[in-house]
Design a protein around this ligand. Structure first.
Ligand code: ATP
Ligand code: MG
Length: 556
């Protein structure tokens, strides 16, 4: 038995029981996105569960678009969602399915419901229907059209289909129980008139099934055994079951609800994500600060990190919130063993090594992965003028500052020991250059006399280094629960993006392909962004090396 097969949660328990009792021979699931936005990491949870369960127990998962509302759905989302599911590493069974594939069958079944006295055409307006529906404490009132003869409903329903009526003029409703404690059973709407063209069926239909009507029946048509969805559908389950019982469907799927993923510092709701994009708070759907799969991908997350993260989130019935730092730890875990180390200086300060021969360049051997000799080495140029990180110098440094400071010796990674001898300032007193000497005996990073230095810093040689841009991303929201205290947009983190235009990169970094990931030594994991050019690369910070945020918070 592999590790995955030992996973446990209430859904897997149900499945084990069903298989043991012989209720099903295999597990058939579906991932049912509505193509009205891009997928986010919450959807990844649903994807990993729906695709994972049949992988573990035998069976398959279909990809089915819930395309029942043409006013909100678009082909670009249909394409992007397929691409995102594949990127996560899953393959759906057979062709992509669409609820619209079943429109004809769903329509035929709706006529059956009317004939059986289980549905009627209602002429009330949407507002009147709401009004008649009652409240939590008061039962609803029957529509005056509730008991119209089935033949009349049937005739009207056919004419709705033919496009004879205006939008909102009539709906088809199930006839269940206007006094039910569950609003979903107070004669729910099954069909409404919409005169929008549909991305797949074009102008063929003037009426469209509601989610509630289309979903369970599509499950049944596909032979879905376990219809897995998030908790907000729990109250819809009695309706799901009522429809399955009252229609001649070929199978009896069951719906199970699990708590959705919530993440700190993050909003996961298509509506909110659309708002962030439309109002220009982010640069687009693939902005690396967004929790969309497109955004996470552009930020440099490998799909394994997403899957690993999701596998650590418990499937339960209790709503909770996961710390976003857990996702960040999964990203580091995925990248640490594989992301080649490179040197980049983000905020450069010039260093001149006075005793190093002018005009000379030597090519030093640098390991790609410190603990993995198989990953090989690369050559890094070294010379008299180099760049170091501004933060790696301090003029009046405390005792424990093991980096550059007048009179102190540090190791330049893969190169030599250097000692800072002079600080050059401009008229404003700003440090513009350091003068150093190096010890030629320490080539490769060790002193033959056994003398130790405490600090090692990274650097980039000045004449061969390439100028590039680094985009440092931080949490899009400044508070763990965005919007909890009032207006969501008031909680935006004003420092969620810092762009550094004058970074110096070791020459091999121009060879990194777009989307490839590296570790900038001592700084974090970065991925090359498609925005750059061949000569002037742009790198996105995927995640820092340690959890800088938690440290800042602890201090603050
Ligand atoms: P949102 O709630 O973000 O607007 P949605 O639920 O409207 O998204 P759908 O396209 O209907 O988006 O979702 C497809 C599937 O993904 C559904 O089965 C839904 O339950 C599931 N899903 C959506 N959000 C989450 C989440 N945060 N965690 C787990 N599953 C989710
Ligand atoms: Mg939803």
């Amino acid at each position: 038995m592999n590790e995955a097969a030992e996973r446990n949660d209430f859904i897997r328990e149900v499945i084990r029981e069903d298989l043991a009792a012989g209720r099903h021979e295999s597990v058939i699931t579906r991932f049912p996105p509505e193509p009205n936005g891009f997928l986010h990491i919450g959807h990844a949870m649903s994807i990993c569960l729906n695709f994972g369960v049949p992988e573990e127990f035998g069976g398959h998962c279909a990809l089915r678009f819930d395309d029942t509302n043409p006013t909100r759905e678009e082909q670009i989302y249909i394409d992007a969602i397929q691409d995102d599911v594949r990127w996560l590493g899953f393959a759906w069974a057979g062709e992509v399915r669409y609820a619209s594939d079943y429109f004809e069958q769903l329509y035929a079944w709706a006529e059956r419901l009317i004939e059986a006295g289980h549905a009627y055409v209602d002429d009330l307006s949407a507002e009147e229907i709401r009004d008649y529906r009652g409240t939590m404490t008061e039962p609803g009132r029957p529509s005056p059209w509730r008991d119209r003869p089935a033949a009349e409903s049937l005739d009207l329903f056919r004419r709705m289909r033919a496009g004879e009526f205006a939008e909102g003029a009539r709906v088809l409703r199930a006839k269940i129980d206007m006094a039910s404690g569950n609003f979903n059973l107070r004669d729910p709407v099954l069909y409404r008139i919409l005169n929008s063209p549909h991305p797949r069926t074009g102008d063929a239909w003037h009426i469209y099934p509601t989610y509630d009507y289309a979903h369970g029946q599509s499950d049944a048509i596909e032979g879905v055994t376990h219809s897995l969805c998030t908790l907000e559908f729990a109250d819809h389950r009695p309706l799901y079951d009522w429809l399955i019982e009252n229609l001649p469907v070929p199978a009896t799927p069951r719906q199970y609800e699990f708590a959705p993923l919530n993440l700190t510092y993050t909003v996961l709701s298509k509506r909110r994500l659309i708002q962030l994009v439309r109002e220009g708070h982010v640069a687009g759907w693939d902005d690396p600060r967004l929790p969309t799969l497109r955004g996470l991908r552009r930020r440099g997350l490998p799909p394994e990190a997403v899957r690993d993260f999701i596998s650590r989130v418990a499937i339960t019935k209790n709503v909770g919130t996961i710390e976003v730092q857990m996702l960040e730890a999964c990203i580091r875990d995925a990248l640490n063993p594989v992301a080649p180390r490179r040197m980049a200086v983000l905020r450069p300060l010039k260093v001149v090594i006075e005793n190093y021969p002018e005009g000379e360049i030597e090519w030093l051997e640098a390991a790609n992965l410190p603990n993995d000799p198989a990953a090989g080495t690369r050559k890094v140029p070294f010379g008299r003028e180099i760049w170091v990180e501004r933060d790696d110098f301090m003029e009046d440094a405390p005792r424990k500052f093991f980096r550059l400071s007048p009179g102190r010796e540090v190791r330049l990674r893969f190169a030599y020991f250097v000692t800072c001898t002079e600080v050059v300032k401009d008229a404003a007193g700003e440090v513009v250059e350091l003068r150093c000497t190096y010890d030629p005996e320490t080539r490769g990073g060790d002193a033959p006399d056994g003398r130790k230095v405490r600090g090692t810093i990274h650097w980039v040689e000045a004449s061969h280094g390439v100028t590039g841009e680094a985009r440092l991303y931080d949490h899009l929201f400044a508070v763990p629960e965005p919007g909890a205290g009032g207006e969501l947009m008031d909680d935006l983190n004003p420092d969620s993006l810092e762009v550094l235009q004058h970074c110096r990169l070791e020459p091999s970094l121009v060879d990194v392909a777009n989307g490839e990931r590296v570790q900038f030594e001592r700084l974090g994991y970065f991925t090359r962004d498609s925005d750059g050019t061949a000569e002037r690369p742009v790198f996105n910070r995927t995640v820092g090396l340690r959890d800088a945020w938690a440290r800042v918070k602890a201090k603050g």
